[in-house]
Design a protein around this ligand. Structure first.
Ligand SMILES: Cc1cc2nc3c(=O)[nH]c(=O)nc-3n(C[C@H](O)[C@H](O)[C@H](O)COP(=O)(O)OP(=O)(O)OC[C@H]3O[C@@H](n4cnc5c(N)ncnc54)[C@H](O)[C@@H]3O)c2cc1C
Length: 436
């Protein structure tokens, strides 16, 4: 019988602490007239805005982001595999921004940190005393010749799927998965070589596709090929080895160092490039495309990006990995996926780091040192089939950091599934509201 934890065990456990509704202990707000700009109103931007609104008295906080819909992105894999309806991942940003904050519905086109100014797409210059960069990742589908995100789910691109871009794409992915599993055939799953938000999502999609084929009775007529551009399928070795062992048993084939270079969405043919530069063509009935990811142009093309080292090619934000303060502009902080840090592009990362960023920024406003350190906490409930998942948690060093004593990270369990399916969304909402 699956383990059924008690409510006390749940609320006492670190990873689920967000479910406890009590607000953090009240602390006297710092009086300041500082102008703070927050670029990006996704999870990280709004979480920090809500915290700053409580920690500061008199600050002028401005959020810049054109996006009005708030999407619960961790739910996309559930929508794309038929577990959730699409409405569960749609919300309104306006409902979560703190009172008194100015919302500029525009995109940041550039940062001029020497002049402490943000420049928007419509040409407005917004000066700041302090800046929080929270603009997430750019999904770089353009690197794949022939790829057309808008065609996902359309008749001109049968079998073309991708869970990443939007709720609509996730929904269309589920429709294509249903059509495919009804007949079976040849499935190709891709993985690029860049840092990814939720690096577990491509693996979840593969596990769930196999589960759906099994349930549809077409598994014996089908083959799943996982094509990784890397030498692994997951950056934490024990997790990588565990997944590969499972896939061997489940009959999911893996090839390494295969980069998706082009796709003919009409002819259903994908072209991969080997390290030697050879082309490998693969016909498919179903393909799941994971795009290369990089920093959005506004950061990549600015002085705020790393200029050398492992994060320079992607143009990621140059922050100190412990304090999340910019290494050259101390009045700038980064939160969430935009940060050029090892690992850490998950909502769980924001949960652990938003309080640290807010605290460190308040310290700097008060003329003190940023003194709280983030350990790189990253977490990913890795679905292995409907009703089972592994709860993987790790730090910058790739060490497993399980926060629930009754969960063995490398074993899949019904409880870890339940977390993904039922408990993580309320936890995410609590992070968004700056409550935990
Ligand atoms: C398919 C999928 C599955 C996932 N599964 C999980 C999971 O199981 N567990 C987990 O913890 N995490 C998961 N995540 C990751 C999680 O959703 C992200 O890590 C989290 O949303 C990061 O928050 P963020 O604020 O950095 O970025 P986002 O929430 O993406 O927000 C970025 C914001 O920046 C805005 N923006 C972009 N460019 C500009 C600009 N130039 N100017 C102004 N605004 C701009 C965007 O409009 C957006 O509102 C998943 C993500 C995906 C896509």
């Amino acid at each position: 019988m699956p383990y059924q934890p008690t409510r006390r065990a749940l609320l006492g456990a670190g990873a689920l602490a967000p479910l406890a509704t009590a607000a953090p202990p009240a602390q006297a707000a710092l009086k300041t007239s500082a102008r703070i700009v927050i670029a990006g109103s996704g999870l990280g931007g709004i979480a920090v805005a809500n915290r700053l609104a409580r920690l500061l008295d008199g600050a002028k906080i401005t959020i810049v982001d054109r996006k009005e819909e708030h999407n619960y992105q961790p739910g996309y894999t559930l929508v794309a595999t038929g577990v959730w309806p699409v409405d569960k991942v749609r919300d309104r940003n306006a409902d979560y921004q703190p009172a008194g904050v100015e919302w500029v519905k525009d995109m940041v086109a550039g940062f001029d940190p020497a002049a402490n100014t943000v420049i928007t797409a419509s040409g407005t210059r917004i000066p700041y005393d302090f800046l929080v960069v929270a603009i997430g990742v750019q999904l770089d589908y353009a690197q794949i010749e022939g790829m057309d995100v808008d065609a996902i789910g359309s008749d001109k691109a049968p079998g073309l799927t991708s869970v990443y871009p939007s709720p609509q794409a996730a929904q269309a992915t589920w429709a294509a998965m249903q059509a495919f599993t009804a007949k079976g055939g040849n499935a190709v799953m891709t993985l690029p070589a860049t840092p990814l938000k939720c690096a577990g999502a491509p693996l979840k999609m593969s596990f769930m596709l196999r589960d759906r084929l099994l349930k549809a009775g077409t598994l014996d007529r089908s083959k799943i090929h996982f094509q990784s551009a890397l030498g692994n399928v997951f950056g934490v070795k024990v997790v990588n080895d565990n997944v590969l062992e499972r896939w061997k048993t489940l009959g999911i084939d893996v090839e390494f160092s295969r980069k998706l270079a082009a796709i003919d969405i009409g002819a259903r043919r994908a072209t991969f490039i080997t390290p030697e530069g050879d082309k490998q063509e693969m016909p498919y009935d179903f393909i799941h495309v994971v795009p290369p990811m990089r920093a959005p142009d506004a950061v990549k093309g600015s002085e705020l990006a790393w200029k050398d080292g492992p994060f320079a090619a992607g143009g990621w934000l140059e922050v100190d990995k412990s304090t999340l303060q910019h290494r050259r502009y101390p009045n700038v902080f980064g939160i969430g996926d935009i940060n050029g840090t090892p690992r850490g592009k998950t909502a769980a990362t924001v949960k652990k780091s938003a309080p640290i960023v807010a605290h460190n920024l308040v310290q700097v406003i008060a003329g003190r040192q940023a003194d709280e350190a983030f350990d790189g906490y990253t977490s990913c409930p890795l679905i292995t089939r409907e009703g089972s998942a592994m709860l993987i948690e790790f730090d910058y060093e790739g060490r497993l950091t399980p926060s629930l004593p009754f969960i063995e990270p490398l074993n899949d369990s019904f409880f870890a599934w339940l977390m993904k399916y039922r408990m993580l969304k309320p936890a995410y909402m609590a992070v968004l509201k700056g409550r935990v």
